[in-house]
Ligand binder design. Structure first.
Ligand SMILES: *Cc1c(COP(=O)(O)O)cnc(C)c1O
Length: 395
């Protein structure tokens, strides 16, 4: 590694990240190179961000084209790419309106604010409580942290915001009991990402929708990690035959340029009027031009179907490993969002994979998360399985 840059980083950057001892300098497709010229196959994709891999030809072209036209003017003015991106998104899901933000946390902030304001506007100010799930992850801002169901992430930041309560994920009876006249919205990930790639029972999301309807509260789906084709449908909720009132997106929407989006039905979105909510950078022409091209490539290259197919292929390879290695407890996921739960801590596996040229990461101490670019090849998957097959006996 370039030690002088590493020292500079360790000395001058806030120490909020535990980094792998690896400095990356270049990427192409599903391959990354470190500063010594060693190559790695990327099964992290910037944490489910780079669906099209690195430095995609069409994204470079879109970025260069827009960079010569217009970068930023503020939301005081109309700009074309933002309008086209919003139209592309609403044509493909339940939503009718989009608010653009810059990250997943900000998209969720907007969702929480909109849900609360919606009931104020309905003359029902008692309804302010957001019910979310244990092991959920919704971001690191104060409101989204308050909505996150993991104590270790919240430690040290008290007092958090009022009006959040938690129930176990995939437990409809617990949710039923938690519903009250103060319930404003149920906020959940269709499949929990950071919580360990936790998939619900097939009927669960429909049951949540039904409970929300019975109690007159809103359903908010955080698809920051599961959206944009990752799980084998454009949005993961479409796998379960439900439609929320609000959905949030971010990670893969810009393939690596920072963008978040909060999408809602017209009925709910009406509570955001001029002045209700804003952000300086949300939906700049530069970022939305690249995001729009990202969306078009995902569709034109059939990457959603590819995620479904290759996800099945990857899981079937992993299940063979599970059969031959006692240390693998569970293999789960949808599309190319895959979790491999081990009976032991996974850090050593992550390190051993890296030494053999594969980047993966580990969440909740024991779950290996595989979220490669959707353009990953079968050969790359075979190679990773082979690598794990060699590593696992030494655990
Ligand atoms: C990553 C993530 C977030 C937070 O997104 P940031 O862009 O890091 O703020 C929120 N929700 C889910 C489900 C995520 O995976």
């Amino acid at each position: 590694m370039n030690q002088s840059l590493v020292e500079l980083a360790d000395r001058s950057i806030a120490a909020t990240y535990a980094r792998y001892p690896l400095m990356l300098v270049k990427g192409q497709g599903c391959t990354l190179w470190d500063d010594k010229g060693r190559s790695y196959t990327d099964f992290v994709a910037g944490i489910a961000v780079c669906n099209l891999g690195h430095c995609h030809r069409r994204l470079i072209a879109a970025l260069e084209r827009q960079a010569r036209e217009l970068w930023h003017v503020s939301n005081l003015f109309y700009t074309g790419p933002q309008a086209e991106l919003a139209a592309w998104l609403v044509e493909r899901c339940f939503a009718e309106r989009v608010f653009f933000a810059n990250s997943g946390a900000e998209a969720n902030e907007a969702a929480i604010k909109l849900a609360r304001k919606y009931f104020k506007d309905q003359g029902d100010p008692r309804r302010y409580e957001i019910i979310s799930m244990e092991l959920s992850f919704h971001g690191r801002t104060m409101a989204t942290l308050s909505a996150t169901g993991q104590d270790k992430i919240k430690k040290g930041f008290d007092p958090l915001l009022e009006g959040f309560r938690f129930v176990p994920f995939n437990d409809i009876e617990a949710l039923r009991k938690a519903m009250s006249p103060s319930s404003c919205a149920v906020l959940l990930e269709p499949i929990q990402g950071e919580g360990g790639v936790n998939c619900p029972d097939p009927q669960y999301l429909q049951q949540v929708r039904k409970l929300c309807d019975e109690h007159g509260c809103l359903m908010i789906l955080d698809e920051v990690q599961t959206g944009m084709g990752r799980c084998g449908s454009l949005f993961a909720h479409q796998l379960f035959g439900v439609e929320p009132d609000i959905m949030t997106l971010a990670k893969a929407l810009g393939n690596g340029l920072p963008i978040g989006a909060m999408l809602a039905t017209e009925k709910v979105a009406r509570s955001f009027e001029a002045g209700s909510h804003a952000t300086t950078f949300g939906g700049t022409p530069l970022v939305t031009a690249v995001a729009l091209e990202t969306c078009r490539v995902i569709e034109e290259e059939g990457l959603v179907e590819r995620a479904a197919e290759l996800g099945d292929y990857l899981r079937s390879g992993l299940r063979k490993l599970q059969a031959s290695h006692g240390v693998v407890k569970d293999v789960r996921g949808q599309g190319l969002l895959v979790g491999v739960e081990l009976k032991k801590e996974g850090a050593k596996v992550v390190d051993a994979c890296r030494q053999r040229g594969f980047l993966i990461n580990c969440i909740q101490d024991k779950v290996l998360r595989l979220a490669p670019p959707l353009v990953i090849q079968r050969d790359d998957i075979d190679a990773l399985i082979e690598c794990l097959d060699q590593i696992l006996p030494a655990l």
